[in-house]
Ligand binder design. Structure first.
Ligand code: UDP
Ligand code: MG
Length: 350
């Protein structure tokens, strides 16, 4: 156990004999220089307050900030806080691996009893954490923040989110609606999650496959505290496609079904044509439309189908390579680096 966690456990000083536990909060940060100066003190103040509010059952916490290959002063800011604040630790990835992988990096290095994840921009309501922690004390292994309104989202994002959830449920993918990545996981749940080796990560889709006792904690999502969204349209589409193709083979089945229907339809049409030709010797005029339109239609269906197949083949390609899901360049604390060696074994097999 590290010096730091020893110190934190020590400071718990609870005489009630109730079980104390340690929490780590993992926050992925990509070009968040504008918000971190405000976000870090806010999170620290809240968590310190929470330690007191739980009568020190929450014996201590760490804030693990993962710099996901930022180009701005994010890492310098994290470093500054890490030297000043006991609870702050930082992990720097070698490049931008994306939100999900950055979060996984933080999850892989924590050795706490409970781990919280949230975004750097304070859009997730810190006050929900008290409810998550209470749910954990009552026996929940997973406590998931669910936003109860989308008032702060643009109209486009709102419609997009609704349509996407509908599509997922249509494809038989179990997902907790309006839950992003604001959650609490117990050690047991986290260890289970870390057994998933996939390179194409969609954590919020994996969570419902874990099982365990789950509580939902509704909260109101605020606007970003500072800065712009770091989720470009491209990143959002990527995540959306991953969400579908990582959990469902339904698109492949739809392709096969479409093919079968077209085949049967063609057979019937041919039979009808032959019947008309021989029985009534009707003069069938082969029109332009009846030739070109089906051709275009079939061409389109085929290209689309190949595209969908390609998406899955590409996934298989990436998965078989077993590339590391993140690469760490630097860490602010020695014990983080030590645990990284352990984390490396997690994806060495991967
Ligand atoms: N983020 C990240 N890597 C990325 C993109 C985003 O680590 O490639 C982080 C970002 O710093 C933030 C969180 O993921 O802490 C969510 O991003 P953002 O708030 O920009 O997304 P939005 O809330 O707009 O969907
Ligand atoms: Mg945000």
């Amino acid at each position: 156990m590290s010096d730091l966690s020893f110190h934190l456990d020590d400071s718990a000083g609870d005489s009630s004999g109730a079980r104390t536990y340690r929490a780590d909060m993992v926050v992925p940060c990509f070009n968040e220089e504008e918000v971190l100066g405000h976000a870090i003190p806010t999170i620290l103040a809240y968590m310190r307050g929470l330690v007191a509010r739980t009568d020190n059952r929450l014996g201590g916490f760490r804030l693990i900030l993962v710099d996901d290959g930022s180009h701005d002063a994010t890492w310098t800011i994290i470093g500054d806080f890490a030297t000043r604040e006991l609870e702050v630790e930082g992990l720097k990835l070698s490049r931008n691996f994306g939100h999900q992988s950055a979060m996984l990096a933080g999850l892989a290095v924590t050795d706490a009893d409970v781990v919280l994840t949230m975004d750097a921009d304070l859009q997730d309501d810190l006050n929900a954490i008290a409810a998550m922690v209470a749910a954990h004390e009552a026996g929940a292994h997973l406590s998931l923040g669910v936003r109860n309104d989308r008032a702060t989202d643009s109209l486009g994002k709102k419609g997009w989110a609704n349509g996407y959830y509908r599509l997922l449920s249509l494809l038989g993918i179990k997902i907790i609606e309006n839950h992003a990545d604001f959650r609490l996981m117990s050690r047991t749940a986290l260890d289970a999650l870390l057994q998933y080796r996939e390179v194409n990560l969609f954590l919020r889709g994996l969570i419902p496959t874990l099982g365990f006792t789950v509580t939902l904690v509704p909260y109101k999502r605020a606007a970003r505290a500072a800065g712009e969204t770091k989720y470009t349209l491209r990143k959002m589409l990527r995540l959306a496609v991953d969400g579908v193709t990582s959990f469902s083979v339904m698109p492949l089945r739809i392709i096969a079904l479409t093919g079968a229907l077209i085949f049967v339809g063609t057979m019937l049409a041919t039979a009808w044509f032959l019947f008309g030709y021989f029985a009534h010797s009707a003069s069938v005029v082969p029109g332009w439309a009846s030739t070109v339109l089906p051709m275009l239609f079939l061409g389109g269906v085929q290209l689309l189908s190949i595209g969908v197949l390609g998406e899955y083949v590409g996934k298989i390609y990436m998965e078989t390579k077993r590339r590391p899901r993140f690469i760490v360049e630097d860490a602010t604390a020695a014990d983080l680096s030590a645990r990284l060696a352990l984390a490396a074994t997690i994806h060495a097999a991967a």
